[in-house]
Design a protein around this ligand. Sequence first.
Ligand SMILES: NC(=O)c1ccc[n+]([C@@H]2O[C@H](COP(=O)([O-])OP(=O)(O)OC[C@H]3O[C@@H](n4cnc5c(N)ncnc54)[C@H](O)[C@@H]3O)[C@@H](O)[C@H]2O)c1
Length: 383
Amino acid sequence: MKQVRIGIAGMGNMGKFHADYLLNGKVERCALTAVSDAIPANLERYKNLKTFDDSGKMVRSGEIDAILIATPHFLHTTIGIEALKNNIHVLVEKPISVHKADCERLIAAHNNPKLVFSAMFQSRTESKYRRIKKLIDDGELGKLTRVNWIVTDWYRTEAYYASGGWRATWKGEGGGVLLNQCPHNLDLLQWFCGRPARVRGFCQLGRYHDIEVEDNVTAYMEFPNGATGVFVTSTGESPGTNRLEIAGERGKLVLEQSKLTFIRNEVSMLEFSKTSSAGFARPDTWNVEIPFDGSGGQHPDITRNFVNAILDGEPLIAPASEGVWSVELANAALYSSLINEVVDLPLDAAAYEKKLNQLIAESKFEKKVVQTAGEDFTKSFSR
Ligand SMILES: NC(=O)c1ccc[n+]([C@@H]2O[C@H](COP(=O)([O-])OP(=O)(O)OC[C@H]3O[C@@H](n4cnc5c(N)ncnc54)[C@H](O)[C@@H]3O)[C@@H](O)[C@H]2O)c1
């Protein structure tokens, strides 16, 4: 194969965005050949391509080698499984599925090692996050002791929530801010610090908006080595904060307002505490501002890596199998809040699925859909 023929499932905001850069040649050695959407009007602008009212027909059409799934969340699992079973390479939007059990079903369907299965976690390519990852992986912070991420700059209005029937409902989206806005943050948090061992979530459902799912969250985490974490997020707070602090025995990283600083302990704070004879002494520090450019963080970066993986075997930046991490952590924080208990990880996937199904069955919420016209949705990820 010299060129990958890509089909997109779901031609809403994100599907259109992916189609635009593919049609503009932003990713080499691939061609957008087909699109599918359940609403025929969403296909009209793609008359030069093969169009399908059903993604299954597109998957079986012989017109595509790979599929990019940009539908509402629950469909990621069903469309992804169908594609993998039909020997189609898959690039799935975040979150890879709504809940852990569905993630496991989807990942289990990837049983042909020749098929590439990737997830759209474009933040992993952002220069500032790559710097943090490298500093931690190189051992510059030593043993990690604490992570705090306040991400309350995901502000959304009632008009946003009213703009799609599936949004912010248990049945349509399967969750709120943790599942829609935060998968990138939750993915990065674990990419940097590893996976927590236990979680206690406090999730407020519809605190700021007329929705039934969570829009304000504080989650406490403990990691296997005893490190602690707090993750705070909201779609109701403005101006909001985006501050990431990661502390380790060798110092503290802070990322805020496009500035990454590393206050480096000259010696391990843990060793210093054990060996110093002075009660109020502390390790000497050096202040280092870590430079980074504005590169990366673009969706075509992940799509290009997906195409290179298919054609050349390039290692994936975001294998879809790792997409279960952010879903599991989102599920665990919500589950903990709903049952009012600390939840140990790995999360009991069946218990959470049962709880979510109960929320769906008992929902009395009636969604009022009001379409917004002409708004630039790319503002949603260019904060
Ligand atoms: N990576 C990112 O930065 C990013 C940003 C925004 C959204 N997303 C993700 O992209 C996905 C889509 O979000 P969106 O904002 O574009 O939603 P959207 O509602 O604008 O679009 C979804 C589209 O899917 C179509 N659809 C529904 N059922 C279908 C089916 N069975 N087959 C084919 N199409 C079907 C709908 O008609 C709609 O056009 C979500 O998973 C979302 O989380 C990712």
